[in-house]
Structures are given as structure tokens and as C-alpha cells.
Design a protein around this ligand. Structure first.
Ligand code: CTP
Length: 460
């Protein structure tokens, strides 16, 4: 028999109320959702609906939710079956909710059949038949036509991009361009996409361009892609001169296209959480930011040998500058670079020191020197620390004067993390600019300015 509890005030009638709970994202509310809620309500007397937060959806890999949490809750309420709406924020919440609300029946659609059998220890579990031929995914794909992505470049990062893009709905990887036919073919065969060596032909086959070619070629490719009416996602560093970044953003504005710099850290949920905690005043006024990222590379690697455009700062500087620009802003008073160079003049290790009116910062990177690779944010009340690989932020701690007092935060970081930036890029293309603040145009321009200063000083 199903457990029940008495309706308050009706105890004298001895009536037992059956409480039902269901959960979902309820994005682009549709008939399938309506019918599910209707039948869930009919299973008992009181229906609680758990609507997932954006952060939870992201954490479980559901990256293309269109409606805000507020809109999704409103739609669930409007359907008229929910007696109570709660939000679902994390994995493991269901068991606690069932106990807390003294739930009798847990129900979801049959697409989840079997997945929640473990809840049978706590209440009855009912899988309701899913309504055929309708889903949020179908509606999303119908509303936003599939964007055909073309990749320029066939290096390591391009290899990582394809499996990540496959996890984001609304895109398909169409082809790859490389002026060298053998490289283009090898890459295209591996990923079963088309190979192009003719740029015009390439542009006519795609809607969106992902640029993963050597740094020095970015500017020309971005310009030509925008001039061909393509949206552009470009690997960091997008360009190496401030004026070029300004010119390209202006061109994108004129052409009404999205130009987006791909620094994956900027879009990863854990890094966001960290910036949120840093901005919340938990550690007081921020006075010092230290970001470090080092990698040991083969001596003959492109990064350590590419004339002019190799070296640690061009390769990793965007990552270490990112938290500094996000926390202190673009208007530093002073920047100084100290570098250790290899025989070919490229930097093996660089420390950029920045002074701001209210604090100082260092951005350290190395390709031939190994360090601990940590992000440290020191404030007037405490400090935040994220250990390597903080650029794929999944865990950080907040420490205070009392060494025993430590707040711990974690967030899921899936795969190579490129899925987050691809998903935000797509949202922008589809007219949703709610992710734009994660890496603003101004910040990208400032990053190009820092790269320019670094190159001038290195040459000087
Ligand atoms: N549901 C249903 N019939 C559908 C679609 C969803 O019964 N055609 C149910 C789901 O099984 C779940 C609830 O509605 O119990 C909320 O589902 P949700 O994941 O928000 O909707 P989907 O349309 O399945 O979303 P997506 O395509 O993003 O997975």
C-alpha cells in the first residue's frame, strides 16, 4: 500500500492525500509536457513539480536549453496541474525531496524507464508513457536551423573540436579547409566530413566557421569569413593586435554576424561559479590575482619552434590573463613582462605583472618550465584557490584567516570543455545574447592589446 498523510484540517474526515512528484526541464513547453503533468496529477491529490536550474542542466550536459528558469516555471504553473513548484539544483536531490515532502509516487516519462528504480525504496515509481513525436530537442532544432560548421585548420585543437561539437544540438560539422590537400584529406577521412582546399568552395558549403589555424593566420581568415557572411568562432589568441581586434568586431557588427573568441575557460560552469564567488564579496576586496599555467612540450613542437608566433605567452597567455581581466578589468595602469627565452628567441617562461588602482596581478605561463599551475585570488577577508587544471575549473576552495575554516565548491567539467563555448556561440547566433558577458568584445580587444605589448617588448 502506498504511504500517505492526512490533509491538514481534514484529519477528522480521515482522508489520506497522495503526494506525487515529477521533475523536468520543461523547455519550450509542449504538448508532451502538458500530458505528462496532467497524468502525474491524476495519480494522486497533490502534485509537486521540480524544474531544473540552468546550472544543473549544464552540469548534466543539457547545453541548449532556450527558456530561462523563470519562463519554464511560469509555463509549468500555467498548465494548471502543479500544486507546488520547486527547483531541482543538483544530483541526489530527488531522494531528499521525496523524504522531505513525504512523497508517495515519483513519476517521469517512459524515456527514463528503469533510471529511477532506485527510488522504489522510498516511494512508488511510475513511468508514464511518453507522448510520441514531440520533444524540446525537436522544437529547438525546428526553431533554429542546423548550423553547418566548417573548420579552418587541422591541428590538435581541431581534432578535439569535432567530438565536442557532436554533443551540442543544432550544429553539424560539414567540412574542413586546409590549403594542403594531404592534411585536409587525412583529417576529413578520420572524421567523415568533406575536405576543401578552395576557400570559396568551403565558404559556400558552411554557415559558421571555426578557426583553429596558426595564430598569425587568424586575422585574414576572420576577415574573409565575415566578408563571406559567416559567423566566426576563433581559437585564442584571436588576433595579436588591438587595432585588428577592434576592426574585426566592427566588421562583424556591420555584417550582423557573431565573432566569438574561443577561450574555453571563459565558458566553463566552474569558472563562472568561481567568478561569482569572487565578485560576491566573500573574500572582501580583491587585492591580488595570480594565475599560472605551464606545460612541458617536446623541444621540436610547433609551440616551441614556430618562428615569431610560438612561445609560452602566445600559447597560454590568454588563459592566465582571463581571470585578471575578469576580476580587475581592462584598465591596468602598468604591465611588465619578464621572460626566459630559448635559443631561438621564443619565450619558455613568461611572467606578466600588472598594476591596477586597487590591486596587483601576475599572469605566469611556461612551455619549457614546470610550475604548480594555480589560480589564487587574494582579498581583504580571505582567498580563493583553484589548483591545476583551474583552466578547466571543476573545484576550488575559499580560505579565511582561521585555517580551519574552508568553503569548498565543485562543478562538473565535461570532456574537453569545448562544448560549453560551442553551445554559447550557437545561442548567440540564435539571437540569445545572455552569454555575451562571459567574454566581452572589450575583453577580447584588451587581450589582443596585451599580446601586442608582449610581442613588441619581446622584439625590442
Ligand atoms: N515528456 C513526455 N513526452 C514528451 C516529452 C517529454 O512525456 N514527448 C516528459 C519527460 O519524460 C519528462 C517530462 O516530460 O518526464 C519533462 O521532460 P523534458 O526532459 O523537460 O522534455 P523533453 O522534451 O524530453 O526535453 P529534451 O528534448 O530536451 O530531452
Amino acid at each position: 500500500m502506498i504511504a500517505g498523510f492526512k490533509i491538514q484540517g481534514e484529519e477528522h474526515l480521515g482522508r489520506i492525500m497522495t503526494k506525487v512528484i515529477t521533475y523536468g526541464t520543461f523547455d519550450l513547453f509542449h504538448e508532451g509536457h502538458y500530458r505528462l503533468l496532467q497524468r502525474a496529477k491524476a495519480l494522486g491529490d497533490y502534485l509537486i513539480v521540480g524544474v531544473t536550474t540552468e546550472a544543473y542542466d549544464k552540469a548534466r550536459g543539457k547545453l541548449n536549453v532556450v527558456d530561462s528558469l523563470m519562463t519554464r516555471i511560469e509555463n509549468v504553473k500555467k498548465a494548471g496541474f502543479a500544486d507546488e513548484v520547486i527547483i531541482e539544483e543538483e544530483l541526489g536531490q530527488k531522494i531528499n525531496d521525496i523524504k522531505k515532502f513525504q512523497i508517495d509516487i515519483f513519476t517521469v516519462g517512459s524515456d527514463w524507464a528503469g533510471s529511477f528504480d532506485y527510488l522504489m525504496d522510498y516511494c512508488k515509481v511510475v513511468y508514464l508513457e511518453r507522448t510520441k513525436n514531440i520533444s524540446s530537442t525537436m522544437l529547438r532544432e525546428k526553431n533554429s536551423c542546423i548550423q553547418r560548421i566548417g573548420i579552418i585548420g587541422t591541428g590538435r585543437i581541431a581534432q578535439r573540436f569535432i567530438p565536442e561539437a557532436r554533443l551540442v544540438s543544432g550544429v553539424s560539422t560539414q567540412g574542413v579547409y586546409n590549403p594542403h590537400i594531404t592534411s585536409a584529406r587525412r583529417f576529413a577521412d578520420k572524421w567523415e566530413i568533406n575536405a576543401y582546399t578552395d576557400l570559396e568552395e568551403f565558404y559556400s558549403a558552411v554557415d559558421v566557421v571555426y578557426i583553429a589555424s596558426p595564430h598569425e593566420t587568424h586575422y585574414e581568415y576572420i576577415r574573409s569569413a565575415l566578408n563571406h557572411g559567416k559567423h566566426v568562432l576563433c581559437e585564442k589568441p584571436m588576433v595579436l593586435k588591438k587595432a585588428q581586434a577592434e576592426e574585426l568586431f566592427e566588421l562583424a557588427r556591420e555584417k550582423k554576424k557573431v565573432l566569438f573568441e574561443g577561450i574555453k575557460t571563459a565558458y566553463c560552469p566552474g569558472f563562472h561559479k568561481l567568478l561569482g564567488v569572487a565578485g560576491s564579496g566573500t573574500v572582501g576586496m580583491i587585492r591580488n590575482v595570480e594565475a599560472c599555467f605551464t606545460k612541458l612540450e617536446q623541444e621540436n613542437s610547433r609551440e616551441l619552434t614556430a618562428p615569431v608566433y610560438g612561445g609560452s605567452f602566445l600559447e597560454l597567455g590568454s588563459y592566465v590573463m582571463l581571470p585578471i581581466l575578469k576580476l580587475f578589468g581592462k584598465d591596468f595602469e602598468e604591465i611588465r613582462f619578464d621572460t626566459i627565452k630559448g635559443e631561438n628567441g621564443l619565450d619558455l617562461f613568461t611572467k606578466a605583472s600588472l598594476c591596477y588602482p586597487t590591486g596587483v596581478a601576475t599572469a605566469t605561463c611556461g612551455l619549457g618550465v614546470k610550475s604548480e599551475g594555480r589560480l589564487l585570488i587574494a582579498g581583504t577577508k580571505g582567498y580563493i584557490v583553484a589548483e591545476a587544471p583551474w583552466w578547466k575549473t571543476s573545484y576550488f576552495e575559499v580560505h579565511y584567516e582561521n585555517p580551519g575554516e574552508v568553503d569548498k565548491y565543485s562543478e562538473r567539467f565535461l570532456g574537453d570543455g569545448l562544448r560549453y563555448e560551442i553551445s554559447d556561440f550557437l545561442s548567440m547566433i540564435n539571437g540569445n545574447s545572455s552569454s555575451e558577458f562571459k567574454l566581452t568584445r572589450g575583453e577580447s580587444v584588451a587581450l589582443a592589446g596585451v599580446m601586442e605589448r608582449f610581442m613588441e617588448e619581446r622584439e625590442g
